[in-house]
Design a protein around this ligand. Structure first.
Ligand SMILES: Nc1ncnc2c1ncn2[C@@H]1O[C@H](COP(=O)(O)OP(=O)(O)OP(=O)(O)O)[C@@H](O)[C@H]1O
Ligand SMILES: [Mg+2]
Length: 137
């Protein structure tokens, strides 16, 4: 199976290569242009902005919540019918020390809000929370 993409690529190895190249370039921009510094770290709204930025040239669903159920290995991510509630609850989770931040990140991994790119996306989101909250402790 290959995800429909804006690049018109139909070969999975080529899509993986282009996706990596483009999303890495975009990730560098997020840091270098100071875009992350302007985000409200730890909110779903910021995760959505990061996803849109990383993947907008590649996928139509960039920044959009998934509309399918997803699993990896034996693990099922949040069922679609609970996803929006889960995201609202995660927004309210505290993030004032290292353990709270990691707990929040774990819950966001379980939510897995996007069809693809959740790992890369949420690692940058985590970085944003750690820098903004932890550095100031
Ligand atoms: N079996 C599992 N149980 C729970 N979470 C998992 C499992 N396998 C992978 N994950 C999580 O899913 C993420 C991958 O999801 P997805 O493919 O949407 O993101 P990605 O950015 O394309 O991948 P990657 O994180 O490998 O760069 C991993 O980074 C990890 O956080
Ligand atoms: Mg992936």
């Amino acid at each position: 199976m290959i995800l429909e993409n804006k690049l018109g690529i139909q070969d999975s190895a080529e899509l993986a290569r282009e996706e990596e190249r483009i999303s890495k370039k975009k990730a560098v921009e997020l840091f270098e242009k100071g875009i992350l510094d302007k985000l409200e770290c730890g909110k779903f709204s910021s995760l959505k902005i990061i996803h849109k930025y990383l993947f907008d040239d590649i996928y139509y669903f960039a920044g959009e919540i998934r509309n399918v159920n997803l699993a990896k290995g034996n693990f099922r991510f949040a069922p679609l019918m609970y996803l929006e509630t889960a995201l609202e609850n995660i927004d309210k989770m505290p993030q004032s020390n290292f353990n709270e931040i990691i707990e929040k990140y774990v819950e966001m991994n379980i939510a897995h809000p996007f069809r693809e790119g959740n790992g890369r996306n949420s690692r940058i989101w985590l970085d944003c929370i750690l820098k903004n909250k932890l550095v100031k402790l």
